[in-house]
Design a protein around this ligand. Structure first.
Ligand SMILES: Nc1nc2c(ncn2[C@@H]2O[C@H](COP(=O)(O)OP(=O)(O)OP(=O)(O)O)[C@@H](O)[C@H]2O)c(=O)[nH]1
Ligand SMILES: [Mg+2]
Length: 441
């Protein structure tokens, strides 16, 4: 339990019909009595005047009091719903600070909710994701994470690991029977089930990450291949300058598009070539930098230039690269997908649907509707670590019948899973996560 009391506006800065100030902590009751004259009935909207320590009236509105522990943070919470003007709200916050509260840090309300066991870490993060969601699908998925859909899956997998560990550790404790135990069909079966569960959850979490962060597609290629034309076509507007001059684009240009619910950030870059002028050279440097954060790369080439070959550029490893042949209206090629390469015309739009489908497939995105939840990069990394430990434990058993190694890897795997929901967390991790939140959350 925290012994200090925090306060912050819960509504965004600016002008609005209603502005809410939220207070949480042990001093809440005393502050409520001072501001409102007396403690209002719990969980009942009560119309009151809001006064500062000197008894001056600052505003009037609804007060809502939530006694501990039945509140968002698990502490005593008071909400003051006043008029939504920045000055009124600031006066109210100042008055509460004068009465002994301190300004909350970003995410501190959610952090307290986590520390008091009201939410696990995935759920706390889902609040921020819900607020920040860019598409309706992302919002629905964040809501499912908030209600525990993702956490339950992680917990279920951790539970499977625990049962495995019990089996293996029992075997180690009875060395005379160890060999039999470890060769047990039931154990082999359980390992198999766990491996499948890891693969399924990793695939879903990966999608959940795409839902939350969107999918970044970087367009690269030689000058004049039609990169900017393609960006304009996909985004449905003349966002980038297109000319017949090679080296038109010198900056990195970003456009948000929505491909059937998949939020995609398209990045247009300067054409890559060897003898650029100074400005273009900087553009090329930025293009290479943009490649560093790409989820997928489109390599555009001019279909009329049959001398052009596959990408000569060093492309990031582990990122899928799709070759797109543009200007088929001139070359006469048929539109569509051939052996993983797309043929289209950014001029006429022929073949563009094949590219859209291709991007959706690269993102591993299907509209899961009810099943989807949001996930973050942090979750994917922890899941990956857990899966790696599990896999090496399994290998140790299969190759050398090393029960002890398996038990240790299972423990490490379970620990990595625990990091996702916050069962085991270092303080600096919490600091990093919650400092990303905005004030008042
Ligand atoms: N006929 C035809 N012309 C195209 C097509 N796509 C682009 N062009 C033309 O090709 C020229 C170059 O197009 P851009 O989109 O500027 O090419 P870019 O790859 O962005 O070029 P840089 O920014 O200079 O690297 C322009 O004159 C476009 O009108 C196409 O599909 N068919
Ligand atoms: Mg361009």
């Amino acid at each position: 339990m925290n012994d200090d009391t925090i306060v912050a506006p819960a509504t965004p800065p600016g002008v609005g019909g209603v502005g809410i100030v939220r207070i949480s902590g042990p001093e809440t009751l005393r502050i409520a009595r001072a501001v409102l004259g007396s403690l209002p009935e719990p969980r009942t909207a009560t119309y009151r005047s809001f006064r500062n320590r000197a008894g001056e009236k600052l505003d009037s509105g609804l007060a809502l009091y939530f006694p501990a522990p039945a509140s968002f943070t698990g502490e005593a919470v008071l909400e003051l719903h006043g008029h939504g003007g920045p000055v009124v709200i600031a006066l109210l916050v100042d008055a509460v600070v004068e009465l002994g509260a301190r300004m909350a840090e970003p995410g501190e309300f959610s952090r307290r909710a986590f520390l008091n066991g009201k939410l696990d870490l995935v759920q706390a993060e889902a609040i921020a994701d819900l607020i920040g969601s860019g598409t309706a699908q992302a919002a629905r998925a964040a809501l499912r994470s908030l209600s525990g859909a993702f956490s339950k899956r992680v917990d279920a997998l951790a539970e499977q690991l625990v049962r495995l560990r019990m089996h293996v550790e029992a075997a180690i404790d009875f060395p005379e029977e160890e060999i039999d135990f470890l060769a047990d069909d039931a154990l082999v079966e359980r390992l198999e089930e766990c491996a499948t569960a890891f693969a399924v959850l990793q695939a879903e979490a990966k999608q959940g990450r795409v839902l939350r962060d969107g999918f970044q597609v970087v367009i690269v290629g030689k000058p004049n291949a039609g990169k900017s034309s393609l960006l304009n076509l996909l985004s449905g507007q003349e966002a980038a300058i297109v000319t017949e001059v090679a080296g038109t684009t010198r900056d990195v240009l970003r456009e948000q598009i929505d491909i059937n619910g998949l939020a995609v950030e398209l990045v247009d870059t300067a054409g890559l070539r060897n003898d650029p002028d100074r400005i273009e050279a900087e553009g090329i440097r930025r293009a290479r930098e943009a490649l560093g954060s790409a989820d997928a790369v489109l390599w555009i080439q001019d279909a009329t230039d049959k001398t052009q070959e596959a990408p000569t550029e060093r492309l990031p490893e582990g990122v899928p690269v799709t070759i797109v042949h543009n200007k088929i209206d001139l070359s006469g090629d048929a539109p569509g997908l051939v052996r993983g390469e797309v043929f289209l015309s950014a001029e006429t739009g022929a073949g563009i649907d094949a590219l859209r489908q291709c991007i959706r497939r690269l993102a591993g995105y299907e509209d899961r509707g009810e099943g989807a939840f949001t996930a973050r990069r942090r979750h994917l990394e922890a899941l990956q670590r857990a899966a790696t430990h599990f896999a090496s434990g399994r290998r140790a058993l299969e190759e050398t019948r090393a029960g002890e190694l398996l038990a240790e890897e299972l423990r490490l795997s379970q620990q990595a899973l625990g990091e996702i929901v916050g069962a085991v967390t270092a303080d600096d991790l919490l600091g990093r996560i919650f400092s990303d939140f905005c004030i008042g959350k």
